[in-house]
Design a protein around this ligand. Structure first.
Ligand SMILES: Nc1ncnc2c1ncn2[C@@H]1O[C@H](COP(=O)(O)OP(=O)(O)OP(=O)(O)O)[C@@H](O)[C@H]1O
Ligand SMILES: [Mg+2]
Length: 591
C-alpha cells in the first residue's frame, strides 16, 4: 500500500498506546498491587511478600517463590499482549488463571520505573531487568532463590496528570490493604508477609480458611461465623456472620468466583435478602462467598480491571447464593450463642462479682452493678430524717428517699418505683445511671489513676481518617475514665481496657457509639470534657429493657443521691418523678 503523506490519522507509538491502556488497568497503587499479586499466584507461589512505601507512590514490591521466568520471558512479560496464559479464543472462554490479557506488566511498566528479577525453579541464579517508562535500561545476571521480584518505583512519574490525582499516602495505603485482604482471604494456603516501610503489618502463615479469617478480620468476626454451602452446578462455600458481628457500614463483604474477587451488586443483594428479617435496617453483615463453577458458565473479561463477572445464568447463581444463606440461618449453628463463662464478657462479670469461673453463671437477663452494690451514700450517716409533703421532684430531699423508701419495684424493666413516706417516686433507670456515670467521668478527669479492667482479647478498631482525628482529641479524656486505647498504625487503635465497674457487652461497639455521640455534641460546639463525659455516660449506662435485681435497684438509687444533680440527666431529661400522697388523694377525690 502506498504511503499517503497527507493522512491525518496515525498509528500511535507503542510507548503511548501502553500509557493509554495503563489508564484502564492501573489507576492507583492498589491496582498495581492487585496485578502483581495475581501474577505471583498464577505462577504457583505459596510464599509472597508485599512491600509498600509512601502509600505505594515510592515503592510497590511483590516477591514470590513461584515458577520464575527465564531471561527472554522476563523481557517479553513487559510487552503488550504478551501472556503465557491463553493462546487462542477458546482459552478466553475457560480462563482458570487470574490473569489472561497479557497487558498488566506492560501497563505498569509504561508508567513507572521497574526492577524485575526472576530465577527459575531449581536454579540459584537468574536475571534482573530495569525498565523506565517501559523502555529497557539494562539486563544483568543475578544470584538468588527461585521466584520473582517485581519492584515498581515512582508510579506515574511520567504521567503527572494521573499522579496529581493520587490521594494522601494514608488513603492509598488503605486501598492497598483492602485489595491485599481479598487475596489473603481467598488464599489461606499461601503465606503472605506485608511490609509497610520497615514495619511488618501482616505475617500470615499457611493456614486453614477459618484461621485466615481470624487473622485478617479479627476474632470478633471469627467467633460469629456461620458456614454456608451449596452443591453443584453453583458450588458455594463460605461464611456469613450472626448479628453479633453486624457492622454499621458496608465493609468486609467478599464475593469470589473460582477464587477471583469480584463485585456484583445483585449478588450482594442475594446475601442480604437471604438474611430477611434477621438483618436490621442500617446494619451490614460480613460475608465471604466462594462460588466455584465451570469457567465456561461465566465471562471474566467484561471489566478493564477484571473486577466484574457476567454469569450466563445469573438467576441460578442468585438463588443459589440466597438459598445457601437462608439455609445456614435456619440451621442449628445460627442459634445465638448464650453468653457463658469463658467468654470475655462473662469473665469480666465474674471478676466484678469476685466469683471464679466454676461458680454458677448469672442469669442472662440480670444486670450486675457491682460498683453500685457496694456503695452507700458517703454522707448517709450524717443525714437527719425529715418529713414534708412533697410536690415537685426537687422538693424530695435526698435524705427522705434514702431513708424513707420501703419497697422498690421495677416495672417494664425500665422504671423503678418506690414508696416513700408521703407518696411514691418513679425513677428512669437509664437516665439515673447516666447521671451517675456522667458525674463519675467528670470526677475522674480531675484524678490521676483511672481504674480499668483489662480486656482478655484486646480489640483492634479501625476508623475512617476523619473519625480517627476526632478520636485523638477524645483519647486523653477516655483514658482518664478508664479506657486503655493505644494507637496502632494508620487510623487504627487497640482497645486494651475499659472502665472497671460497668457492664459492656461489646467493647468495640461502645467505642464507636461514644464516638458517634461525641460527633453529635461537637456539632453543637459542646466542650470536649463535657461532651466526652456525656457520650460515655449515654452509651455505658444500663438500658431500658434490662432486668435489675433488688440490690442493683437499691444501689442505683443510693448512688444517684450522691450526685450533684440527681433530678436531671446530663441531657436535661428528668430522672425522677414524684407523686405525692396529696396528689393521689386529690385525683381519687378523697378530699
Ligand atoms: N511473578 C511472576 N512469576 C512468573 N511469571 C510471571 C510473573 N509475572 C508475570 N509473569 C509472566 O508474565 C506474563 C505477563 O504478565 P501480565 O500480568 O502482563 O499478563 P497476564 O498475567 O498474562 O494477563 P493480565 O494482563 O490479565 O494480568 C504472564 O503471562 C506470565 O507468564
Ligand atoms: Mg497478570
Amino acid at each position: 500500500m502506498k504511503k499517503n503523506t497527507n493522512s491525518k490519522i496515525k498509528i500511535l507509538p507503542a510507548a503511548l498506546t501502553n500509557k493509554i491502556a495503563a489508564g484502564e488497568v492501573v489507576d492507583r497503587p492498589a491496582s498495581v498491587v492487585k496485578e502483581l499479586l495475581e501474577n505471583s499466584i498464577d505462577a504457583g507461589a505459596d510464599e509472597i511478600t508485599i512491600i509498600i512505601k509512601q502509600g505505594g507512590k515510592a515503592l510497590i514490591q511483590v516477591l514470590d517463590n513461584g515458577s520464575g521466568m527465564n531471561e527472554s520471558d522476563l523481557l517479553m512479560a513487559f510487552q503488550r499482549h504478551a501472556t503465557s496464559k491463553i493462546f487462542k479464543y477458546e482459552d478466553l472462554t475457560r480462563v482458570r488463571t487470574l490473569g489472561f490479557r497479557g497487558e498488566a506488566l506492560a501497563s505498569i511498566g509504561s508508567v513507572s520505573r521497574v526492577e524485575a528479577k526472576s530465577v527459575l525453579q531449581n536454579q540459584n541464579s537468574g536475571h534482573l531487568v530495569r525498565f523506565e517508562g517501559g523502555v529497557i535500561h539494562g539486563v544483568e545476571g543475578v544470584a538468588g532463590n527461585h521466584g520473582s521480584s517485581i519492584a515498581v518505583k515512582n508510579l506515574f512519574y511520567n504521567t503527572p496528570a494521573r499522579r496529581k490525582f493520587l490521594r494522601a499516602d494514608a488513603t492509598e495505603y488503605r486501598q492497598i490493604l483492602g485489595v491485599a485482604n481479598r487475596f489473603f482471604l481467598a488464599h489461606s494456603e499461601i503465606a503472605f508477609t506485608f511490609v509497610k516501610a520497615d514495619e511488618i503489618i501482616y505475617e500470615l502463615k499457611k493456614e486453614t480458611q477459618e484461621e485466615r479469617i481470624a487473622a485478617v478480620l479479627g476474632p470478633r468476626v471469627h467467633k460469629n461465623l456461620i458456614a454456608i454451602e451449596n452443591e453443584a452446578p453453583v458450588k458455594i462455600k463460605g461464611y456469613i456472620v450472626n448479628q453479633d458481628a453486624f457492622r454499621r457500614s458496608r465493609g468486609d463483604q467478599y464475593l469470589f468466583f473460582n477464587r477471583r474477587y469480584f463485585s456484583h451488586k445483585s449478588l450482594n443483594y442475594a446475601v442480604v435478602s437471604g438474611y430477611g428479617d434477621a438483618l436490621p435496617r442500617g446494619l451490614f453483615p460480613v460475608y465471604l462467598v466462594f462460588i466455584e463453577m465451570d469457567p465456561e458458565l461465566a465471562d471474566v473479561n467484561v471489566h478493564p480491571a477484571k473486577l466484574e463477572i457476567k454469569f450466563s445464568n445469573e438467576p441460578l447463581v442468585f438463588s443459589s447464593v440466597r438459598g445457601s444463606v437462608k439455609r445456614a440461618l435456619t440451621s442449628q449453628e445460627a442459634v445465638p450463642e448464650i453468653r457463658r463463662w469463658g467468654t470475655p464478657e462473662a469473665a469480666r462479670q465474674a471478676e466484678w462479682l469476685g466469683q471464679t469461673k466454676n461458680e454458677a453463671p448469672v442469669p442472662e437477663n440480670s444486670l450486675q452493678l457491682p460498683q453500685l452494690f457496694a456503695s452507700k451514700p458517703e454522707n448517709a450517716n450524717q443525714l437527719a430524717k425529715g418529713e414534708t409533703l412533697i410536690d415537685s421532684p426537687q422538693d424530695v430531699t435526698r435524705e427522705k428517699i434514702i431513708f424513707e423508701r420501703t419497697n422498690v419495684w421495677q416495672v417494664h424493666n425500665k422504671y423503678i418505683i418506690s414508696q416513700i413516706k408521703n407518696g411514691l417516686i418513679v425513677i428512669d433507670q437509664h437516665v439515673a445511671h447516666e447521671r451517675i456515670l456522667y458525674e463519675q467521668a467528670l470526677d475522674n478527669f480531675e484524678k490521676r489513676n483511672p481504674s480499668s479492667q483489662q480486656l482478655l482479647f484486646p480489640q483492634v478498631v479501625e476508623f475512617s481518617a476523619e473519625d480517627y482525628s476526632i478520636l485523638l482529641e477524645m483519647i486523653p479524656f477516655l483514658e482518664k475514665i478508664g479506657f486503655v486505647v493505644k494507637s496502632f498504625g494508620q487510623n487504627t487503635v487497640v482497645l486494651e481496657g475499659v472502665p472497671s465497674g460497668i457492664k459492656i457487652s461489646d467493647d468495640e461497639k461502645v467505642l464507636l457509639d461514644i464516638l458517634d455521640e461525641y460527633k453529635r455534641g461537637k456539632k453543637d460546639n459542646a466542650e470536649i470534657r463535657e461532651n466526652v463525659a456525656k457520650s460515655y455516660a449515654c452509651h455505658t449506662a444500663i438500658r431500658a429493657g434490662e432486668h435489675l435485681p433488688l440490690e442493683a435497684m437499691n444501689a442505683l438509687i443510693d448512688k444517684l443521691f450522691t450526685t450533684k444533680e440527681p433530678y436531671f440527666c446530663p441531657h436535661g431529661r428528668p430522672v425522677i418523678i414524684h407523686i405525692s400522697l396529696a396528689e393521689l388523694d386529690r385525683r381519687f377525690k378523697r378530699h
